[in-house]
Design a protein around this ligand. Structure first.
Ligand code: ADP
Length: 610
C-alpha cells in the first residue's frame, strides 16, 4: 500500500517537474521569439497569455498561478521600460501588468472549470454506456440523439447509424395503442410505460418493456425523451409456452375427469364451451354453442326440469346445480351433473361460469350396485328361510328321534315275557316328554313367525340345566360314563325363554356326547354354572372327547358348518342366535387335558339386581 502511494507521489512529482520545465521553456521561447521579432508589449502579453492558459489546462490552480506570475515577470522584465529590468517606470505598464495577471488567472480558472464539467459529463455518459438497459434519447421530433452501447448490441446498429434517425420508422415500432393516442397520454403524463415490438437490424422481431420520461424546457415545452428498454422476448416466449402447456394440461384433465366447463353471459346470450363440453354434448368444435343446441340433446323426460333451471338462471343471479340426462339420436343416454356459479353481480350484465360432468359411468355403477344389493337381499331372505327350515328340522328332529328310539324300546319291553311294565312306563313317559318338547318348539317357531316377542321370564339357570339333563337323560346314560354337575348356588336370576335356553343346553350336551363317541377312555361330561367377575351367569359343558381342531374354531358357530357325515351344522348356529337374542355370548375352547368346553354367559336379570 505504502509502495503504491509513494510510487504514485513520485509519478506526480515527475509530472510536475516536467510540466514546470516545459512551461518555462514554452514561456521562454515565446519571450525570445517576440523579442527577436521586436514585438510590442501587447502582442507579447497576448502570446504569453495563450501559453499560460494552455498550460493551466494541464494541472492545478497553483501551477496556473505560477505560470501567470512567471508570464507577468517575463513581460515586466523584457517588454517594459526600462528593458531588462524589473523596475517599471511607466504607471500605464504597471496597470497592463496587473491586467495581464488578473486576465490570466480569470481565464485559466474558467477554462479549468469548463474542463472539469466536461470531464464529469463524459464520466456520466460512460456510465450510461455500462448499463445493460437500452438507453435511447430522442428529441421532440422523435429523432434519435443518443444511442448507448446496450442499444448497439441489442438492435445491431452502431451509434453513428442510429443517431439522426426517426425512431418509429428506424425500429419499425409496433405500439399497444394508436401512436397518436399514446403520444397524447405521454405528453399529458410526462411518462409512459408499456410493451413494444421492435425490429432489429437482422429483421428479427423483439418484445421490449419500454419506459419513457419527458424532458421539458423552462417554458414547459417538450425538449427530449429518455427511453429505457429491456428485452423480454425470451420471457414472453417462456410465458406463452407455459400458458400453452397449462391449457393443454387443463384440457387433458377435463378429458380425464369427463368434466367440461362453460361460460354463459345471460344478458347477451353468449355461451362458451371448453373442448370437453363439446365432446360431452357430442357436437363439432366448429358449431357455435347455444342453449338451443343443449335443448336438442336433453332427454324428453328431463326437459321440464331443464327448462325450469334455465328460466330460474335467466331470472335470478343465483348458483344452480342440476342433474339431467341427454338422449342421443342413436338412443344412447348420458347422465350429466351441471353446476353453475354466478360470475357477475350486476343486473344488466349477468353471467355464469360452470362445469358439466359426465357422470354416466358413476350412475351405471350405482345402478349395478343397487341391483347387486337387492339380489343380495333376495339371496339373504332365501338363505334365512333355508336356515330357519333347517333349524326347525334339527330341533324337532331330536325329540322325534328320541320318541322313535323310546317307541322301539317300548316295543321290545312289550314283547318280553312277561312284559316289563316299569320300563314300558318309563319309555312312554319319555316319549310324552319328547312329544311335548317338539310341540313347544313348533309353538315357539310359530310365535317367531308371527313376530311374537320371546318369553322374558325370570329364570334360575340351574333349573334350566336340570330340565335339559332330564330331557336327554337316556342319551346321557347311554353315551357317557359319568355326568357331573358343578352348579354354583345363589346365582342371580336371568331373563329369557326357558325352552330356548333348554335347547342350547341340549345341543351342547348332545355335541359333547357325540364328540366322546369315537374316543377310547373314560367319557366324562361336566356341566358347570358360575358367576363371572362382571356379574354374568356362565354355563359350561365340558367333555373328554376329541377336542376341536384349531382351524375349525373360527367357523364352529356358522350355519351349516359340520364335520360329521350325518350332521347338519345347525346346532351351534341356532344356539349362538338364541344366546345373542338373550344379550349373551357363547364360545368354545379346548381343554388342556383333552376334550372341549362350550360355554355361554347371560346377563343377570336387572329387576333381580335392583
Ligand atoms: P352338527 O352337530 O350337526 O355337526 P353343530 O353346529 O352342533 O352341528 O356342530 C358343528 C361342528 O362343531 C361339529 O360338526 C363338530 O365338528 C364341532 N363340535 C361341536 N361340538 C363339539 C365338541 N363338543 N367337541 C368337538 N367338536 C365339536
Amino acid at each position: 500500500m505504502r509502495t503504491t502511494v509513494s510510487s504514485h507521489e513520485s509519478r506526480s512529482l515527475r509530472y510536475l517537474a516536467t510540466l514546470w520545465m516545459g512551461g518555462c521553456v514554452a514561456l521562454g521561447a515565446v519571450t525570445v521569439t517576440c523579442g527577436l521579432l521586436e514585438q510590442e508589449l501587447g502582442t507579447a502579453g497576448f502570446f504569453l497569455l495563450v501559453i499560460v492558459v494552455l498550460l493551466s489546462l494541464l494541472d492545478s490552480f497553483i501551477s496556473s498561478l505560477i505560470f501567470s506570475v512567471a508570464g507577468a515577470a517575463l513581460l515586466g522584465y523584457f517588454f517594459m521600460e526600462p528593458i531588462n529590468s524589473f523596475h517599471i517606470s511607466k504607471p500605464g505598464d504597471l496597470f497592463s501588468l496587473v491586467a495581464f495577471l488578473v486576465t490570466s488567472i480569470a481565464i485559466t480558472t474558467l477554462v479549468r472549470r469548463i474542463g472539469r464539467v466536461e470531464k464529469t459529463q463524459r464520466a456520466q455518459a460512460q456510465l450510461l454506456e455500462l448499463t445493460h438497459d437500452i438507453i435511447i434519447v430522442r428529441d421532440k421530433n422523435n429523432v434519435i440523439t443518443y444511442w448507448n452501447q446496450a442499444a448497439e448490441t441489442l438492435y445491431g446498429w452502431k451509434k453513428e447509424e442510429a443517431i439522426g434517425k426517426f425512431i418509429d420508422e428506424f425500429l419499425c415500432s409496433a405500439f399497444p395503442l394508436p401512436r397518436d393516442e399514446l403520444q397524447q397520454i405521454f405528453l399529458r403524463d410526462g411518462q409512459w410505460e408499456g410493451e413494444l415490438v421492435h425490429t432489429r437490424r437482422d429483421g428479427t422481431k423483439i418484445i421490449v418493456t419500454s419506459r419513457w420520461a419527458l424532458q421539458r424546457d423552462g417554458a414547459g415545452n417538450p425538449l427530449a425523451t429518455l427511453e429505457t428498454n429491456n428485452d423480454i422476448t425470451q420471457r414472453k416466449h417462456a410465458e406463452e409456452l407455459l400458458r400453452k402447456s397449462q391449457a393443454q394440461y387443463f384440457a387433458e384433465a377435463q378429458k380425464l375427469s369427463r368434466t367440461g366447463s362453460f361460460g354463459w353471459n345471460v344478458s347477451s346470450g353468449e355461451l362458451l364451451w371448453s373442448d370437453e363440453t363439446f365432446s360431452i354434448f357430442e357436437y363439432d368444435l366448429a358449431v357455435a354453442p347455444s342453449v338451443e343446441l343443449i335443448r336438442q340433446r336433453v332427454h324428453p323426460d328431463d326437459m321440464p326440469l331443464f327448462e325450469e333451471k334455465i328460466t330460474k338462471a335467466r331470472g335470478f343471479t343465483v348458483d344452480f346445480t342440476v342433474e339431467h340426462r341427454l338422449l342421443f339420436p342413436d338412443g344412447r343416454i348420458k347422465h350429466l351433473h351441471v353446476v353453475g356459479r354466478s360470475a357477475s353481480g350486476q343486473p344488466d350484465n349477468r353471467a355464469f361460469i360452470g362445469a358439466v360432468m359426465d357422470v354416466t359411468a358413476a350412475k351405471q355403477t350405482e345402478e349395478r350396485l343397487r341391483h347387486a344389493q337387492s339380489e343380495l337381499e333376495r339371496v339373504s331372505r332365501v338363505t334365512a328361510l333355508g336356515e330357519l327350515s333347517a333349524s326347525i328340522a334339527h330341533e324337532v328332529g331330536q325329540p322325534l328321534a328320541a320318541i322313535v328310539t323310546s317307541g322301539e324300546a317300548c316295543l321290545r319291553w312289550l314283547h318280553r315275557q312277561p312284559p316289563n311294565m316299569e320300563e314300558i312306563e318309563g319309555c312312554v313317559s319319555h316319549m310324552t316328554d319328547q312329544g311335548n318338547r317338539a310341540a313347544e318348539i313348533v309353538q315357539r317357531v310359530r310365535a317367531l313367525m308371527k313376530g311374537a316377542p320371546p318369553d322374558r321370564a325370570a329364570i334360575a339357570i340351574n333349573d334350566v340345566v336340570e330340565e335339559a339333563i332330564i330331557l336327554i337323560r337316556r342319551d346321557i346314560e347311554r353315551q357317557s360314563d359319568s355326568l357331573t354337575r358343578r352348579l354354583a348356588r345363589e346365582l342371580p336370576l336371568i331373563r329369557g325363554d326357558r325352552v330356548q335356553l333348554q335347547q342350547v343346553l341340549v345341543n351342547l350336551i348332545i355335541n359333547g356326547l357325540q364328540a366322546m363317541a369315537s374316543v377310547d377312555g373314560r367319557r366324562e361330561l361336566i356341566v358347570q354354572s358360575r358367576l363371572d367377575p362382571e356379574g354374568n351367569v356362565v354355563v359350561a359343558v365340558r367333555d373328554s372327547g376329541a377336542g376341536i381342531p384349531e382351524a375349525n374354531l373360527p367357523q364352529l358357530f356358522e350355519p351349516f358348518f359340520t364335520t360329521r357325515s350325518s350332521g347338519m351344522g345347525m346346532g351351534l348356529a341356532v344356539s349362538s342366535s338364541i344366546v345373542e337374542a338373550h344379550r349373551g355370548q357363547i364360545w368354545a375352547s379346548n381343554n388342556p387335558d383333552g376334550g372341549a368346553t362350550f360355554s355361554f354367559s347371560l346377563p343377570p336379570s336387572i329387576e333381580e339386581e335392583v
